[in-house]
Design a protein around this ligand. Structure first.
Ligand code: IMP
Length: 189
């Protein structure tokens, strides 16, 4: 039997990454077809929980929301929960400009999955540390993938296949936590 987890997202890359992990535990990720509330707040968790609770109330069936951000050490964690806005306004080049002359290029991606249903809202998190490349490289993925090099690699996320990115990524780590919970819930008497 295959279970389904509906995600409120219009991002097909996110959905494909989530689906690849969930398939590993007998589930699938599909687009919920409901709008995702784009709340702006200082914490990814707050954003994801509010969006999932709102989507669940509107759809009347369990809905998950994944919210992610890039936290750059030299910028004291900026853009973090504002990553989507910064990507839209400044793009990849804008981030590289902010880091011009910075000796420290360490950063991390964080992901929060909030899953709302009759059980309330469950939260699953993942993170990956890495560095920001000097120049964009690769054509895969989305967002800041061309400039993020996960620890232990020389390639950016955009130079990897989806499966390779999922070995490291914040989103895959959060999705594996969700898998663990789904399995436990299914096996509970
Ligand atoms: P959101 O979760 O859709 O709000 O994502 C915030 C922003 O973070 C996106 O617009 C991307 O620019 C960036 N982002 C989040 N996850 C990833 C990723 O896996 N790779 C590259 N960029 C990402």
């Amino acid at each position: 039997m295959t279970g389904l987890v509906l995600f409120a997202t219009g991002n097909r890359h996110k959905l494909a990454e989530l689906d690849a992990v969930l398939r590993g535990c007998g589930y699938r990720a599909e687009a919920a077809g409901v709008p995702k509330l784009e709340l702006q707040a200082d914490s990814l968790e707050e954003i994801a929980v509010a969006a999932a609770a709102t989507a669940y109330a509107a759809a009347g069936r369990p809905i998950a929301v994944e919210d992610a951000g890039l936290f750059v050490d030299a910028l004291n964690g900026f853009p973090g929960p504002y990553t989507s806005y910064v990507y839209k306004t400044l793009g990849v080049r804008g981030l590289l400009r902010l880091l011009e002359g910075a000796g420290d290029r360490a950063a991390e991606f964080r992901s929060v999955i909030a899953y709302a249903g009759p059980w309330g809202v469950k939260v699953f998190t993942g993170r990956v540390r890495g560095t920001i490349a000097a120049e964009p490289r690769g054509s895969g993925g989305f967002g800041y993938d061309p400039v993020f090099i996960p620890e232990g690699e020389t390639r950016t996320f955009a130079e990897m296949t989806l499966e390779e990115k999922n070995r490291y990524s914040h989103r895959a780590a959060a999705a594996r936590e969700l898998c663990r919970w789904l399995r436990e819930a299914r096996e509970a008497p």
